[in-house]
Design a protein around this ligand. Sequence first.
Ligand SMILES: Cc1cc2nc3c(=O)[nH]c(=O)nc-3n(C[C@H](O)[C@H](O)[C@H](O)COP(=O)(O)O)c2cc1C
Length: 177
Amino acid sequence: MSAATADVSRSALVNGPAVHPERLAEALGLLPVGLHVVTAFAEGKPAGLLCGWVTQASWTPPLIAIAVGRGKHTHQAISDSGAYAVNLLREEQTDIARVFGAKSGRDANKFAGLDWRQGRTGSPLLEGTAGYLDCRVTQRHEIGDHSLFVGEIVQAASFAQQCLVYQREVHQSLFVE
Ligand SMILES: Cc1cc2nc3c(=O)[nH]c(=O)nc-3n(C[C@H](O)[C@H](O)[C@H](O)COP(=O)(O)O)c2cc1C
């Protein structure tokens, strides 16, 4: 492909017609994600949300990136504390996933009935999960309607060999009331 052709196809990708919303939703619904409860501790209270957009970003130093909607209650707690923990749910912990994914901490105490303790950064670590990554925020980037928080892992543990993996197109019923 010549340089000119490459430029044309790149510009078609950038300036082409908007992606059809249904095609977009179907394709994104195929993306497998782990379901994790991302927590933070601020103003003397725990906060947490269900987070699928979590990825390792570096080995040395060990970095994890999470994308959190700027309107979320937990976004404020991460911003205030400068830290967060990624709690990796076990395959069978779908009830916890529903609680943390369906309600906002502004309206409900999502930690009621759960055992948790504060990790090294102060972020809540849920008992009984498959593992956790306790992180201190090192960078923040504003991306679309989310903030990408990059965190250095300061403490980590795993207690199981599998965690809860989700594909919206496959697990349609998981978050239906
Ligand atoms: C399967 C699933 C994955 C989600 N992933 C994310 C995510 O990666 N980032 C995000 O900001 N919200 C995500 N959410 C939405 C939040 O978990 C949800 O809005 C939550 O109620 C926000 O709680 P908060 O306001 O207490 O922080 C997800 C929800 C579901 C059902």
